[in-house]
Design a protein around this ligand. Structure first.
Ligand code: FNR
Length: 389
């Protein structure tokens, strides 16, 4: 952190990806293709929930402590019995091939370098095996968009397990595509096809099923395959709590449910024997008008936090945001859009810079707040202050 700051502020050797969170989106807009930028920046409806995610952070203010011995400052965390270098997790983000040619494999490699677990999306443009190879020295989690077809689910779980993915994250909030104006304007399938990216098509069970049903191969009919894949995964029919038993039976590692916003669902997740949850509204991409993610974190932590691992995402833009979520009881925090903007701007080099900036800010701001470790993050370090307007 002193290296980045020393080089930049003192010697004028500034990072090529801005460290100013307010300027990052603008830099990405200028650097990325407009359609892929719109896909990242887009949200549901009029993006009211995206705004709420940020407003929720603004209402919490840290109360720094002074004259504490910071020699042993430590940002490591333990999650599901494993030690992690810091409390950041790369959020699952689909179709990374449309943002930069470095795609999932490049980002997975960077995550290993910076000590952040890479959560691979089911909607990836690279196969599970390639991502694992790029992330050999890292920690990797697998995010499941839960297919209706159990054979495809099983194939994905088995491949993830065989390739060293340790934690399964099941995303619950995207059982149907949301009303996202930017995606409609983008004409999604032709756009993704135009980039040469294939989503999820590498799964052998899906490929065999598609060929049997359509009489053509995935390569011969990419649009048809995309429609079949989307039809199965985003089928407009949610799985229900009873269905979890099937996944439990076929996954022996930790299971984390992503997209929990209601305290009663957090309790259900606990009763269902899950190991963790991600309090998340998918970055405001699903239900516009849904409550800011941070606004529901405290009540969920109070209800289940002592008995399961509560993780958080949606709206994290700075190291200070990470501290705030930790102080409200999250055990670690997923970061999405900022890293993807970095990837879009300069590939793996850009993503690395965003992580380094976030980690430096986290370290410095924790230190200056007199918080020595993640375990010391608690609500007494903050106060909610609502300013009018
Ligand atoms: C996502 N997100 C997501 N989540 C998931 O479970 N599987 C996925 O494939 C995707 N894909 C995806 C694409 C893009 C472009 C974005 C921006 C987000 C949601 C993601 O994991 C996370 O919940 C949000 O990114 C958090 O919001 P912020 O902090 O990025 O605004």
């Amino acid at each position: 952190q002193t290296e980045i700051y020393g080089k930049g502020a003192l010697m004028g050797i500034t990072p090529s990806v801005t460290t100013d969170p307010r300027l990052l989106e603008e830099q990405a807009r200028r650097s990325m293709g407009l359609r892929s930028f719109n896909y990242v920046a887009g949200g549901a409806g009029e993006k009211a929930t995206m705004d709420s995610n940020r407003l929720a952070f603004r209402q919490w203010k840290l109360i720094p402590r002074m004259m504490r011995n910071m020699d042993d400052q430590d940002v490591t965390v333990e999650l599901f019995g494993q030690k992690y270098d810091n409390p950041l997790i790369m959020a699952p983000v689909g179709i990374q091939g449309i943002f930069h040619e470095d795609k999932e494999t490049g980002l997975a490699e960077v995550c290993a370098e910076v000590g952040v677990p890479y959560t691979m999306s089911t909607a990836s443009t690279c196969p599970i095996e390639d991502v694992a190879a790029a992330n050999q020295d890292g920690k990797r989690w697998y995010q499941l968009y839960w297919p209706q077809d159990n054979d495809i689910t099983l194939s994905l779980l088995q491949r993830a397990k065989a390739n060293g993915f340790s934690v399964l994250v099941i995303t619950l909030d995207t059982w149907s595509l949301a009303w996202r104006p930017a995606d409609l304007d983008n004409a999604y399938i032709p756009f993704v096809k135009g980039t040469g990216c294939q989503v999820g098509f590498s799964d052998p069970v899906f490929r065999a099923k598609f060929q049997k049903e359509s009489g053509t191969t995935v390569e011969e009919d990419v649009v048809g395959a995309a429609r079949a894949w989307i039809g199965d995964v985003f089928s407009s029919r949610p799985h229900t709590w009873d269905d979890l038993a099937f996944v439990r039976q076929h996954w022996d590692g930790p299971i984390v449910l992503k997209g929990i916003q209601h305290v009663d669902d957090a309790r259900k997740a606990l009763e269902s024997g899950c190991d963790g949850i991600v309090v998340s509204n998918h970055g405001g991409r699903q239900v516009d008008g849904a409550i800011g993610s941070l606004d529901v974190l405290p009540e969920i932590v109070d209800a289940v936090g002592s008995r399961m691992t509560v993780l958080f995402d949606s709206g994290v833009r700075t190291g200070v945001d990470v501290i705030k979520a930790l102080c409200l009881g999250a055990k670690a925090v997923m970061v999405g859009r900022p890293v993807i903007y970095g990837l879009g701007i300069e590939g793996r080099h850009g993503a690395r810079q965003v992580f380094q900036g976030l980690l430096a800010d986290l370290w410095q701001s924790m230190g200056l707040s007199g918080i020595r470790s993640v375990a010391e993050c608690n609500r007494r370090q903050m106060r909610r202050v609502q300013h009018a307007g």
